[in-house]
Design a protein around this ligand. Structure first.
Ligand code: KE4
Length: 436
């Protein structure tokens, strides 16, 4: 059908080129978030049109077992009937009303009941905003400027956190992205993971200057790299000793490691926590919260400003509440049992295929298959994994109907809807893919 110049709805363009080509024409990389472009596995981006439970279907009507899981948000499985119904009901009352809505109160109370360290909290529309706000709050509370993060972690795309380690240990960060001013990256110290000496050195070199240490309690953004025994306790002890705030970035681990997240699992109480993904049930969301004496500094009560047109969006609140209602403790136990079976099966498949270059790291319900002969213990080690081999493995899995996160440096996100049948199918595909 020719494109009718008078048709300004854009509908007529549909037939002019396929969706992939039109996306490529519209968006950088043809995507609205870089990792979706699948560049690191030398494959075209997948365009998905629907999800149901553990499955997704692409524009070419191919069905996959989905281990991307909306990057963690879809823990209940896609299009969970209770979540769909809750959002459908909510839509009939209008979408964004522009003032506080009872749904915000209900979800806020449900989050606090599960994670009591969030004595008070604030919703945002993304994890990035939650992290950016929590760190602004930490600076406001301490009057200090520097923030420590760890190599291999990702905390969203706010300028100061797009930093990589400076030349020497405990030196100020340098920009990790074009467009980030050096002076902004220099407010971040990027330290090695699981390294207490480096942490203590940073505080020695920068006394009374570090506002916060932000940590993914289990690094998921290098692929899964758990904390070494005692590491999180050391972070808590050293930050407390220096009047520095400890920020747990639980955008991934929150309501995935269990209702209490990593802070419950590891028994560490952070000063501030950031959340996202699961608490919105797949709708745009973020949240930050923590000690009441800190949150009282947030506008309009206090001098630290943060805002958002769609923060606390009624539909997101409805999806989040319905999702949290599905997060029963026994379902986390069952999920973790299946992930343990998956991890063991992947190790066995690698051994049976004679693949000494494969390691599997599991931390609770999160796991990553690394193309590395030994499990990486920090970001630098993860970077040494063989990306080309992982790319081939990922493409081979895709060809066998399993959609893995298209990067070596991501966690896999099995959820409650992945039953034994799906685990068996993933293992069967992996056995073949590892042999090729
Ligand atoms: P968002 O701004 O993307 O909602 O959240 C940022 C963020 C913050 N903290 C952690 C620990 C995160 O993992 C994320 C975002 N996670 C990535 C997946 N690795 C999102 C996927 C993407 O960027 O498209």
């Amino acid at each position: 059908m020719a494109v009718d110049p008078a048709d300004d709805t854009g509908a007529g363009i549909a037939s002019a080129a396929g969706p992939r080509a039109r996306a490529a024409d519209l968006f950088p990389g043809g995507v609205n978030s870089p990792v979706r472009a699948s560049r690191s596995i030398d494959a075209p981006p997948v365009l998905l049109v629907s999800g149901d439970g553990p499955y997704v279907t692409d524009v070419d009507d191919r069905r996959y077992i989905d281990l991307v899981g909306a990057w963690g948000a879809a823990i209940t499985g896609h299009a969970h009937p209770a979540v769909v119904a809750a959002v459908q009901d909510a839509t009939t009352n209008g979408f964004a009303l522009g003032m506080t809505h009872p749904g915000e109160v209900a979800l806020g109370e449900a989050i606090r009941a599960a994670m009591p360290s969030l004595e008070r909290l604030r919703f945002t529309s993304s994890g990035t905003e939650a992290v950016m706000s929590a760190l602004r709050l930490a600076r406001a509370a301490t009057g200090r400027d520097l923030v420590v993060m760890f190599e291999g972690a990702y905390h969203g795309h706010s300028d100061a956190l797009l930093a990589s380690a400076g030349s020497g240990l405990a030196t100020l960060g340098v920009p990790a992205s074009a467009g980030v001013p050096a002076v902004v990256a220099a407010t971040t110290l990027v330290l090695p993971w699981n390294d207490p000496d480096a942490l203590r050195e940073a505080f020695r070199v920068h006394p009374d200057a570090i506002a916060a240490v932000i940590v993914e309690p289990i690094i998921a953004n290098s692929g899964v790299i758990p904390p070494a025994a005692g590491w999180l306790e050391t972070l808590r002890e050293v930050t407390r000793a220096h009047g520095t705030l400890l920020v747990f970035d639980e955008v991934i681990t929150g309501f995935r490691l269990g209702r209490g997240g990593a802070q419950a699992r590891f028994g560490i109480e952070p000063d501030l926590t950031t959340l996202g993904k699961v608490i919105g049930g797949g709708l745009p969301v973020g949240a930050y919260g923590g000690r009441a004496d800190l949150m009282t500094l947030v506008a309009p009560d206090g001098p630290m400003y943060q805002a958002g047109t769609l923060a606390g969006h009624p539909l997101t609140m409805a999806a989040g509440l319905a999702t949290l209602a599905e997060l029963r403790p026994e379902r986390f136990v069952a999920l973790e049992e299946r992930v343990t079976r998956l991890a063991a099966g992947l190790w066995e498949a690698a051994r049976d295929a004679g693949r000494a270059d494969v390691s599997v790291v599991q931390a609770g319900p999160l796991l990553t298959l690394f193309m590395a002969s030994t499990p990486p213990v920090d970001g630098a080690a993860a970077q040494r994994a063989n990306r080309a081999t992982f790319a081939r493995f990922c493409r081979a899995m895709r060809a066998r109907g399993v959609l893995l996160p298209p990067s070596q440096f991501e966690a896999w996100f099995p959820g409650f809807a992945h039953g034994d049948a799906e685990i068996d199918l993933v293992l069967a595909a992996a056995r073949e893919a590892l042999r090729t």
